[in-house]
Design a protein around this ligand. Structure first.
Ligand code: URA
Length: 232
């Protein structure tokens, strides 16, 4: 792909604006040489206005979503895109979340601009375990683990039972839940189904991938090996 199209797709500006940037020498290689449109380039070697380029097309990102942000490109609440460079909303295709976390849930959120990867990772067929820590309003009763594992639990308003899930008790009002599917507000509704209420909810990991030292509000690109380990 030509340099101007490549940068315009990454949200660096309209084709006309990016053409000007390139003409004026704002796109260089790491050795300082200017890249002209039409020349071959290696994205990882580019400096745009002196800075390394954004993750290229096909990248997968992890974001440590804080509470209070919604996984949408348009909403009256604060958007996860406020946590990413503003250019990301102008990318084509857009860097879209893989599945969602609700506004009041924090933790690991994956994003990609690759529709096929998004589909593969979001599909229930991927069987990727998603691990959540929940703080509850009431003490656990003691039978929740068996109910969650039964594969027969029905959520309010639904007719298909939930897949078997795992519950580990962390404290009288704290539990770790592992899901293999992702229905709307699933963890909150599962606890509602057993007469409890989720006070805080945090996603720790997806398919063994953890946030590590990534602080709330920060993001990073996954390595090739990290993506390969997630893909079924
Ligand atoms: N379950 C929920 O209730 N909320 C989420 O964001 C994810 C899983």
């Amino acid at each position: 792909m030509k340099l101007v199209k490549h940068l315009a797709n990454l949200g660096y500006g309209t084709r006309r604006a990016v053409t000007e940037m390139v003409k004026n020498g704002f796109v260089t290689r790491r050795d300082g040489s200017i890249v002209r449109d039409g020349e071959t380039f290696d994205h990882d070697d580019l400096l745009i206005n002196g800075k390394p380029g954004d993750p290229p097309a096909g990248a997968v990102l992890m974001l440590h979503k804080p509470t209070g942000f919604v996984c949408s490109a348009k909403d009256t609440s604060r958007l996860i895109y406020e946590l990413l460079p503003p250019r990301f909303l102008a990318r084509s295709p857009i860097m879209a979340p893989i599945g969602r976390l609700d506004r009041d849930t924090s933790g690991l959120l994956l994003l990609t601009d690759d529709g096929k990867i998004n589909h593969r990772l979001a599909s229930p067929r991927a069987h990727l375990p998603k691990v959540y820590d929940a703080e509850l309003a009431s003490d656990l009763r003691g039978d929740e683990d068996a109910l969650f594992a039964s594969g027969t639990l029905l959520l309010n308003g639904e007719t298909t039972p939930l897949r078997a899930a795992t519950l580990d008790v962390l404290a009288s009002r704290r539990a770790r839940v592992t899901l293999y599917e992702g229905r709307y507000h699933q963890v909150r509704r599962m606890f509602a189904a057993v007469g409890n209420h989720v006070v805080t909810l945090h996603r720790r990991s997806i398919g063994g991938l953890e946030l590590g030292s990534l602080e709330a509000g920060q993001w990073r690109e996954l390595s090739f090996d990290e993506v390969a380990a997630l893909l079924p």
